[in-house]
Design a protein around this ligand. Structure first.
Ligand code: BG6
Length: 465
């Protein structure tokens, strides 16, 4: 994006805490190989973990990762391999950090990426300060940023004692998704939407983030987070802010962050009657999950944006693991026209705008047209404006490649600002402070039936297909 001040100097090394973990395996190694392929991996990558490994094992892990996620590119991987270093050690042990300093050699401006459970952030940040590694450095902090509003503030204070604000990158990879950026673009680049994008015309907004897989080896992390902290407080509320915000004055990072913060602050903090949480059957048998765990793997929430534009329009957001399919989709449903001309039975589908965010990318408009024949009765049709493959294919940058590159370059536009993060925590905080009972649901279903009450008066769920 453009319009901001010029960028600072690029980082000259990447230090990856949690390099043997799931995030590095699924997202970061493929992003690094893609950077190598594009010719932008001109810096050493120091992996840090406490897995009892040696460097060769890490190289094999990286190879397996890129093979499984996107495909091995032998020459790009050779570059990644040549840049890869490994430091084995405990995150609480000062010696680990001395060895990181040694591996960094002459690097002056490293970026430290914390791809680890949030409970370890404070120890690492403190050790980075103690060993003098934080000078001139940046820090990338994986979501969730904190565990609650209070702990997000405390974490921010802790980071600010060591890093200036412009060196803190709160990553939320949804912001690096093309399809999420396109919500913003589509909304403010099309004049026809502006008059109808409000409470007078919009009946409800629904968002589903469904995954057909479970916690796959991430039981320990998931027990610390649960679905609200894992994806709702961050990914999905970021998307809500793009859907509901007022027009930013430009694409300058602060202009967008200002509008996001403003709209999130107008969302009423959630109450228990606006939440249904669930847990898939079998979750408690996953490795590292407590046999009596009450951690939700599903949540449906109903949000109200108390603003002039959105008063009274429900935003219904649901997310869950081991659901019927893997898909993230938003549907903005418009009010149905008065049935005074055609006297059709209430149309099963009114007009809508649909954004498919993943795995494929789509923007579509739903409308009605007359069915051929004598009667004045119609049928729904959908006009696809964008219909694309998964991001990261066909030479396109994947979200993590984009964000890693931006962090290394010092561009914070697509990273979450602290006040936006805090406004999002304020919405979910009342619910996570008093955990709710979880309803069991069958793997392969759409989650607990109790959530249907949120959509019973508005035509049911818009289940993605
Ligand atoms: C991560 C969550 O942030 O996002 C995961 O921790 C989730 O639980 C993932 O599976 C989904 O992201 P994507 O881009 O792969 O759909």
């Amino acid at each position: 994006m453009t319009g901001g001040p010029s960028l600072p100097l690029a980082s000259d090394a990447l230090v990856l805490f949690g390099v043997t973990g799931d995030l590095a395996y699924k997202k970061i190694f493929p992003a690094l190989q893609a950077m190598a392929k594009r010719g932008t991996l001109g810096f050493p990558v120091v992996g840090v973990a406490r897995s009892g490994w040696v460097r060769d094992q890490l190289v094999e892990r990286a190879r397996a990762s890129v093979t499984e996620y996107g495909g091995l590119d032998p020459s790009a991987f050779a570059i990644l391999e040549s840049q890869l270093r490994y430091v084995e050690g405990d995150y609480h042990d000062p010696d680990t950090f001395r060895r990181i300093r040694v591996e960094l050699q002459h690097a002056q401006r490293p970026t430290f990426y914390l791809a680890i459970p949030p409970s370890v952030f404070p120890a690492i940040v403190q050790r980075l300060a103690d060993c003098g590694c934080s000078k001139g450095a940046r820090v990338v902090v994986e979501k969730p940023f904190g565990r609650s509003l209070e702990s997000a503030r405390a974490l921010n204070q802790l980071l600010l004692r060591t890093f200036p604000e412009e060196s803190i990158f709160r990553i939320d990879h949804y912001l690096g998704k093309e399809a999420v950026q396109n919500i913003l673009y589509f909304r403010f680049a099309n004049a026809f939407l502006d008059p109808i994008w409000n409470r007078r015309y919009v009946e409800n907004v629904q968002m589903t983030m469904a995954e057909d897989f479970g916690v796959v080896g991430r039981g320990k992390l998931y027990e610390e987070t649960g679905v609200i902290r894992d994806v709702i407080q961050n990914h999905l509320l970021q998307v809500v802010s793009y859907l509901a915000m007022e027009a930013p004055s430009s694409t300058y990072a602060e202009a967008i962050h200002d509008e996001q913060a403003k709209v999130l602050r107008t969302i009423r903090p959630l109450t228990t009657e606006n939440l249904v949480s669930g847990q898939y059957r079998g979750y408690r048998d996953e490795p590292d999950v407590a046999p009596d765990s009450q951690v939700p793997t599903y949540a449906a929430i109903r949000l109200y944006v108390d603003s002039w534009r959105w008063e009274g329009v429900p935003f219904i957001v649901r997310a869950g693991k081991r659901l019927k399919m893997t898909c993230t989709e938003v549907r903005v449903e418009f009010k149905t026209p008065p049935p005074v001309v055609f006297h059709e039975p209430a149309p099963p589908e009114g007009n809508y705008v649909r954004f498919r965010l993943s795995p494929q990318v789509a923007i579509a408009l739903g409308a009605r047209v007359k069915s051929p024949g004598e009667a004045m009765v119609g049928e729904p049709i959908e006009l696809k404006l964008v219909d694309g493959p998964e991001q990261g294919t066909g030479g396109q940058m994947d979200a993590y490649e984009r964000l890693l590159g931006d962090a290394m370059a010092g561009d914070a536009t697509l990273f979450a600002r602290q006040d936006v993060v805090e406004a999002a925590w304020a919405i979910v905080d009342p619910l996570i402070r008093t955990p709710q009972p979880v309803h069991a649901y069958e793997p392969g279903s759409w989650g607990p039936g109790d959530a249907d009450r949120f959509v019973s008066g508005i035509g049911g769920w818009n289940a993605p297909e």
